[in-house]
Ligand binder design. Structure first.
Ligand code: ADP
Length: 251
């Protein structure tokens, strides 16, 4: 559904993404993990067509900048870009018109209710708290019902209710056959249904693993993350633990 092929992106002298390739299967959730500065946002912005890059990105078999690809892809940026003088409701209307959506009213109301924004629908963009902005950002990304959905650090700034709703929304979208790419640097925030993880560091892909593969190795996502980003092997981890706690030390 989404193919990232040998993508390289430089900002001046900074090599932000270095020959990155991965594929997302339809109806799957992929978590893009990596420390700050790993290149996650750069890959996201390249996929959505905000950045020029070397390499190739195909969405539904079409080059990512074609109108066909753009129609089926949705993006929820890490930092919401709202209009200070449009209300919550007007933001949704504006987006619906931009995407020429029809029959969207019920979906609009359901999304606003789900993320507890119904009672704030007349508030202007600059009257919203950070969390409310983040929730509206999500509602705007989900309103057009894209086939491929990119969520950049979506849990940041959300309250527990919204995190719970977002998790169940992600699961529902997956069941509906949508393809999701969720980036985060907080491993705990993705202890939800995920099918594949792509771990990036220093602009490179350090691991690309299916959930079944990790389960078969009896390994947690956290263990894999530290193994590939800190070069820790399970035996190093055990030694590290023994040094710190004395646990497992022979007497
Ligand atoms: P992540 O999303 O994983 O935190 P980014 O993709 O934002 O990582 O950043 C990857 C690298 O690119 C970092 O070294 C960052 O400083 C650099 N970078 C990101 N955006 C810009 C920019 N607009 N101009 C210059 N360097 C940038």
């Amino acid at each position: 559904m989404l193919e990232v092929r040998h993508v390289t992106k430089r900002y001046g002298k900074t090599l932000a993404v270095d020959d990155v390739s991965f594929t997302l299967d339809p109806g799957s959730v992929t978590v893009l993990l990596g420390p700050n500065g790993a290149g996650k946002s750069t890959i996201m912005k390249s996929i959505i067509g905000f950045l020029k890059f070397d390499g190739e990105i195909l969405v539904g078999g079409e080059e990512n900048k074609t109108p066909q690809a753009r129609r089926i892809i949705g993006y929820v940026p890490e930092i919401p870009a709202l209009y200070p003088n449009l209300t919550v409701s007007e933001h949704m209307e504006f987006l619906a018109r931009a995407y020429r959506l029809t029959d969207y009213s019920a979906r609009k109301e359901a999304l606003l209710a789900r993320f507890e924004l119904s009672e704030h629908s007349r508030k202007f963009g600059d009257e919203l708290s950070k969390g409310m902005q983040q929730k509206l950002n999500l509602c705007l990304g989900l309103l057009p019902e894209p086939q491929v959905i990119l969520l950049d650090e979506p849990m940041i700034g959300l309250d527990p209710h919204a995190i719970k709703e977002l998790r169940s929304t992600i699961e529902e979208l997956r069941v509906q056959g949508r393809t999701l790419l969720v980036s985060t640097h907080i491993i705990d925030s993705v202890d939800m249904l995920w099918d594949r993880t792509v771990i990036m560091q220093g602009g490179k892909v350090k691991a690309n693993v299916l959930r079944e593969e990790l389960d078969a190795q009896n390994k947690s996502l956290e263990q894999l993350f530290f193994e590939v980003t800190e070069g820790l092997k399970p035996e190093d981890e055990a030694a590290d633990k023994t040094e710190k706690t004395g646990e497992g030390a022979e007497v």
